[in-house]
Design a protein around this ligand. Structure first.
Ligand SMILES: N[C@@H](CCC(=O)N[C@@H](CS)C(=O)NCC(=O)O)C(=O)O
Length: 203
C-alpha cells in the first residue's frame, strides 16, 4: 500500500486543505503532518522550494499544491475526465493560486504599511480575482466545472471562506459578497456538501 505523508501548517485552510479533503473523499489514509511556524522554519531548507505543502509518496517528496490537488483529486473522482472541463477546473486552481500570491506577501507587513498594502489589494488585484472567479462560477453554474464537485470548488471554497472570515485585517469581510455574491452561495453549497462535511466531521 502506498504511504502518503502531507506536510503543511497546522491550519484548517491554505494550500493543503483541498488536498486533505480530497484524500478523505478518496478514502485514502495519509499522515496529516501539521507544523507550527517555528517547526517549518527549522525544516524550510530541507524542502525543495523552501515552501509547503510537500506530499511524500513512499518517502519521495512532491511539491506544488495545484499539481497535488489534481493528483489526489483524480483518485477521489474530484477532477473532470473531459479535457475542456479539466481546463475550466485548472483555470480556477491557477486563479486562486495567483490571488494567494498577491495576498500572502502582506503577512510580512505591519501597522500602516500593512493597512496600505491590504487596502490597495482590496480595491485592486484581489477584487479583480474575486470578480474573475465570480465569472468562472457563472460559466459553470452551481460548480466551476463538470457540473459537480471538483477540486476547483474546494480550492475556491477555502479562499472565499478565508476572505469572508474577517481574520484578514483591512480586507473587508464583505468583499466577496459585494463583488460576486454568488460565490457566497457557492461557499455555502460546498461547505455543506456531504464530501466536505464528512471531512470536517472527521477532524
Ligand atoms: N507554488 C507553491 C507555493 C507554495 C507556498 O508559497 N507555500 C507557502 C505556504 S502556503 C510557504 O510555504 N511559504 C513559506 C515561505 O515562503 O517561507 C504551491 O502551490 O505549493
Amino acid at each position: 500500500m502506498t504511504d502518503y505523508r502531507l506536510t503543511y501548517f497546522d491550519i484548517d485552510g491554505g494550500r493543503a486543505e483541498p488536498i486533505r479533503i480530497a484524500f478523505h473523499a478518496a478514502g485514502i489514509g495519509f499522515e496529516d503532518n501539521r507544523l507550527s511556524f517555528p517547526e517549518f522554519v527549522e525544516m524550510r531548507g530541507s524542502t525543495r522550494f523552501n515552501a509547503l505543502p510537500v506530499l511524500e509518496i513512499d518517502g519521495a517528496p512532491v511539491t506544488q499544491s495545484n499539481a497535488l490537488s489534481r493528483y489526489v483529486g483524480k483518485m477521489a473522482n474530484l477532477y473532470p475526465d473531459d479535457d475542456l472541463q479539466a481546463l475550466y477546473c485548472d483555470e480556477v486552481l491557477g486563479a486562486v493560486e495567483d490571488a494567494l500570491h498577491v495576498l500572502v506577501p502582506t503577512f510580512g507587513l505591519q501597522g500602516e504599511e500593512l493597512r496600505a498594502a491590504r487596502e490597495k489589494l482590496a480595491e485592486g488585484s484581489l477584487r479583480t480575482y474575486v470578480r474573475g472567479l465570480g465569472e468562472l462560477l457563472a460559466r459553470g453554474g452551481d460548480y466551476f466545472a463538470d457540473q459537480r464537485l471538483t477540486v476547483a470548488d474546494l480550492k475556491a471554497f477555502v479562499l472565499t471562506r478565508w476572505l469572508c472570515s474577517g481574520v484578514l485585517d483591512h480586507i473587508p469581510a464583505d468583499l466577496v459578497q459585494r463583488e460576486a455574491s454568488h460565490l457566497i452561495d457557492h461557499q455555502q453549497r460546498i461547505g455543506s456538501d456531504p464530501v466536505v462535511s464528512a471531512y470536517y466531521e472527521s477532524r
